[in-house]
Write a protein that binds this ligand. Structure first.
Ligand code: 1PX
Length: 215
């Protein structure tokens, strides 16, 4: 029984990956960050094909980061801090308009970073929600407060339509495969402060280098 349990998808493990993102000196480890997103995308795919347009974009951004890690200068991409330094020192980032570096690590990770804020808001809503709360409403509120600001009308429209296809809270909690609703709530309470810290550390770094609006 324990074995079968292990093979099933479990959101706790995914969120644990984000816990392991911060090194001792509070640097954000890119391999772990990317692994966290990979797990989330897997979870989202299990919710239905209507989310494909979202997972396609997420997968392509994950792939760009993996390519940087596997490239000639992979060691420069161990942490977000070293990546920012390396790309800025070598002029590898389009700062004001899109140009020679559409796949810079800095602009690509910024997209995932903005999505992490959505995740934080959504999980916090799930954690504090009542039994009869609608996941679609929680999801779109979290989206409208975060990612939506950076998306054109058509993407906003498509996203909000996709959110309507989310299962209700009881089913959603079941798919997470963490245990009883109480256990889900407890797990979210454990995971959120760390996700939030990863977000804050990245936000401060990007803000310090004036990278929050990269095209
Ligand atoms: C317990 C909850 C777990 C839920 C896990 C869900 C994982 C979601 C992963 C979403 C990653 C989205 C990355 C989006 C990056 C982005 O903003 N890309 C846009 C800009 O990129 P560009 O290169 O052009 O500057 C791009 O235009 C995006 C296109 C696709 C639409 C993105 C909509 C994002 C909605 C996020 C909410 C997902 C809801 C899933 C429901 C569970």
């Amino acid at each position: 029984a324990v074995m079968a349990e292990d093979q099933k998808f479990c959101l706790r493990e995914v969120l644990d990956t984000f816990k392991s993102c911060l090194s001792e000196d509070k640097e954000v480890l890119i391999d772990q960050y990317v692994a966290g997103w990979r797990g989330l995308v897997r979870f989202m795919n299990s919710l239905g094909t209507i989310f494909s347009f979202i997972s396609k974009d997420a997968v392509s951004k994950i792939q760009i980061m993996v390519n940087h890690r596997n490239g000639e200068n992979g060691v420069q991409y161990i942490t977000v801090q070293s990546m920012v330094k390396y790309e800025l020192d070598n002029g590898l980032v389009d700062i004001t308009k899109r140009g020679s570096y559409p796949e810079s690590g800095c602009r690509t990770l910024l997209r995932l970073h903005r999505a992490l804020r959505w995740l934080e808001l959504f999980l916090e809503r799930l954690r504090t929600s009542a039994e009869d709360s609608k996941t679609s409403v929680m999801c779109s509120e979290a989206y409208n407060e975060s990612l939506a600001k950076y998306h054109p009308w058509l993407i906003r429209k498509a996203s909000n339509m996709a959110f309507c296809a989310l299962p209700g809270r009881p089913t959603f909690f079941e798919v997470m495969n963490v245990g009883t609703p109480e256990q889900v709530v407890a797990m979210l309470g454990d995971a959120l402060p760390l996700i939030s810290e990863v977000y804050q550390v990245t936000e401060e770094l990007y803000s310090k280098h004036d990278l929050l609006d990269l095209p």
